[in-house]
Ligand binder design. Structure first.
Ligand code: BG6
Length: 458
């Protein structure tokens, strides 16, 4: 087999994302792969020597759980350039130093990404250049459309990787097996049998010093517009004939095109809130509004919830509620599929206490099915039994999966251009309603489950 050769250029190499997520993922991927020649170039705004950069790379590889000694070849050859990535001349110099076809990873805020892409128009891109862009992709529908136009003047769509690391999460990928390799689930995966779908990602983490980014994004853009809509697409899509890029991404795009805010009423079907001071895992957390770098007048939400409809035959009338927030109790992280009650419960059977529910937990990765059975004691009184199994961990973490796709030039696990736009279109009415203050910004105590007034919807 021929060797794969690739130069990975990380723009924003001195940033937190690179050290915390990207490099650990790269280390995991490299440790799993033979037959690869990889040159790593870091480009950043911070002054750093090659030696300091290599130490940083080594530490991140270690943090990703791999022995850096096994990757010393990559580390030794890696170098760092202190440069302004928006300057075409600097970019040209970086690309001229690439030994192999480059993959340019933009670990940069959206506004800087746009400037760098504009500068790339003035640069001679080597054949086979790939572009990998972190979320959020643009800041609204208009900017995403503009950025897409710009990108396709640089390289073809298949060479553009819009990163959404949730697509690399092993449990999200395991959904494909669960849904499409079992008649028991896929046959009942529709509005006839399913009452509601809830996709939640409640984190215990607070702001973690990310005000510069998060205070402009908020929970809706940070999590729902990107990650959770991708998860919705995998849960709700029609069975693709293959799991290769065109089929899988085509099926996801199709279902997202059918998705919109429930009843098209964003004021009624969206909620937002912000955490006040509280305690999480015995750790005291101050109020979001008082965090350094936060402008309380910006009214940024740290918890967002939106109910969507998927207008097609399979899902007509089934609400999909997506919710995510920070500084919560962290109990709720995954997908809950609630089935409808049976059409007739034989008279004389008492119960069932709850409708059956399938839960696919994200972190820890778990699948649980609650089924109603005859309980202990009186055989005519029903009880709920829980069948549960953990999903095997993926060989690679989410970023490892994403990086594998980039190095192999396989866009299966990256967001296609039209889908990135579609996700902005879907949340647009809610963003507009919130901007007009048509939905109140509520409060919840850090460490709680959210505002006490919030009941499950619908
Ligand atoms: C990131 C968000 O994309 O995903 C963070 O910007 C969030 O705010 C994170 O904490 C959640 O993903 P994970 O995989 O770290 O749990």
């Amino acid at each position: 087999m021929s060797r794969t050769q690739r130069t990975l250029v990380i723009l924003g190499a001195s940033g937190d994302l690179t050290a915390r997520l990207l490099l650990p993922g790269l280390g995991q991927f490299l440790a799993s792969r033979t037959g690869l020649d990889l040159q790593l170039i870091g480009v950043g705004g911070e002054e750093m020597t090659d030696a300091a950069w290599r130490r940083r790379v080594t530490a991140s590889f270690k943090a990703g759980g791999v022995d850096p000694a096994n990757l010393s070849g990559v580390v030794k050859q890696s170098n760092y350039l202190h440069a302004d990535a928006t300057d075409p001349e600097a970019l040209q110099k970086v690309l001229d130093s690439a030994k192999y076809p480059p993959a340019i990873y933009f670990a940069l805020p959206p506004a800087v990404t746009e400037l760098v892409c504009a500068s790339l128009q003035k640069v001679k891109l080597p054949a086979g250049t790939l572009l990998a862009l972190e979320k959020p992709f643009g800041t609204d529908l208009k900017s995403a459309v503009k950025l897409n136009r710009l990108l396709t003047t640089l390289v073809p769509e298949r060479q553009i990787h819009r990163i959404d690391h949730f697509l690399g999460k092993s449990t999200v990928l395991n959904l494909l097996g669960l849904r499409f390799a079992n008649r028991i689930f896929e046959e009942s995966w529709n509005a006839t049998n399913i009452e509601r779908v809830d996709i939640s990602y409640d984190e215990t983490l607070g702001l973690e010093g990310r005000a510069g980014y998060y205070d402009h994004a908020g929970a809706l853009v940070d999590m729902i517009q990107s990650h959770l809509l991708q998860v919705l697409a995998v849960v709700a899509m029609e069975p693709p004939s293959t799991v290769h890029a065109d089929d899988l991404r085509g099926a996801m795009a199709q279902v997202l095109r059918a998705t919109h805010v429930w009843q098209n009423k964003p004021n009624e079907w969206s909620r937002r809130a912000r955490y006040t001071a509280g305690t999480i895992d015995r750790r005291a957390l101050g109020a979001y509004a008082k965090e350094p770098g936060v402008d309380p007048a910006r009214q940024t939400e740290t918890l967002a919830e939106i109910t969507f409809a998927v207008d097609n035959w399979r899902w007509a009338g089934v609400p999909f509620t997506l919710r995510s927030g920070k500084a919560l109790d962290g109990v709720n992280k995954g997908i809950a599929i609630t089935f409808k009650a049976v059409p007739h419960l034989p008279t004389g059977l008492v119960g069932p206490p709850e409708p059956s529910q399938l839960r696919i937990a994200l972190d820890p990765d778990l699948v649980e099915l609650d089924v109603n059975m005859n309980g202990a004691g009186d055989p005519f009184v029903l009880d709920t039994a829980r069948l549960s199994s953990s999903f095997g961990p993926g060989a690679l973490g989410a970023y490892g999966e994403v990086i594998e796709g980039i190095i192999d030039s396989d866009p299966t696990l990256s967001v296609r251009g039209d889908v990135a736009e579609e996700c902005w279109r879907i949340v647009g009415p809610v963003l507009a309603a919130w901007r007009k203050d048509a939905v109140p910004l509520e409060n919840y105590r850090a460490g709680s489950h959210g505002p006490s007034s919030w009941k499950q919807r619908p």
